[in-house]
Design a protein around this ligand. Sequence first.
Ligand code: 13P
Ligand code: SF4
Length: 354
Amino acid sequence: SPSDPDLVARARAAKKKLGDKVFVLGHHYQRDEVIQFADVTGDSFKLARDAAARPEAEYIVFCGVHFMAESADILTTGDQKVVLPDLAAGCSMADMATAEQVAECWDVLAEAGITEQVVPVSYMNSSADIKAFTGKHGGTICTSSNARRALEWAFQQGEKILFLPDQHLGRNTAVRDLGLSLDDCVVYNPHRPNGGLTVEELRAAKMILWRGHCSVHGRFSLESVRDVRERVPGVNVLVHPECRHEVVAAADYVGSTEYIIKTLEAAPAGSKWAIGTELNLVRRLANRFAPEGKEVVFLDRTVCFCSTMNRIDLPHLVWALESLAEGTLVNRIQVDEETEAFAKLALERMLALP
Ligand code: 13P
Ligand code: SF4
């Protein structure tokens, strides 16, 4: 949607008034009207790194979702304040693993006698509590751009991985990148007694996948891939690893949002691309690459925004920036000290991956 010129002018003025005191980060799934005000854009890995790159900025305005703002708070100095323009911008996948459920799961693994062998690996898309659990038990965080290295690292520390909370990223990385078989993976369902698994199944598994998924990427199906190949002859199918295994298996390329952008930048003129990820990004890429003669289409026929990413809109951003410019701190995201210490351990293990 075209941005309201009055709001654009207000955002610009507030940002100018704040100067170097504010640093605005924007995830690739953000709306155009918001992304135009981002000082840096990126995937979740790049944004985690970039958040720590401006220690002189008093305010980090995070245009993304709650777990990203928490991670930014963990990785920045104590004096820096991280602001999420709409506190309702959560992530349904992150909500699929609560601290209580994960503690219960660990008890189940302990009863099966396997906790000594298990290394937790948690996707960035998880709450600070889950990151702290991960750090406490010797594990690491990963994003879609370093999941392979994270799993390789974890398999050097132990024989089994508990992967939280995205079963698809866990399975896709284990099978595609590490050469494990689908039979090496089991799914732990937090809503069933003992995760719905027998002790034998837990003992035999190499990957214990939490039963979580992204509702946006879960919409792409094998049918979408077949359909687009018919609709657009010669198309390259490029999808995010949060997609289901059969979609990833049928695709030509798989990677994080940053990888998707880089791949299109390097693509030759005349090439055609069907992208399986969030729609704000795909539309932006379609507009950006059309003049270069690269055709970019959305993988599915239905509309597929991330509703919580979309909660950050220009009115919320203007409100946050104007409040900060007037000296009022709003919507601060602050992780408590104990959680932060263990979560930071897990995040730093990720940042130190080779
Ligand atoms: P990346 O930007 O790391 O690819 O993550 C995608 C996503 O779903 C973020 O919520
Ligand atoms: Fe969460 Fe999926 Fe939205 Fe990313 S795209 S914030 S994983 S619901």
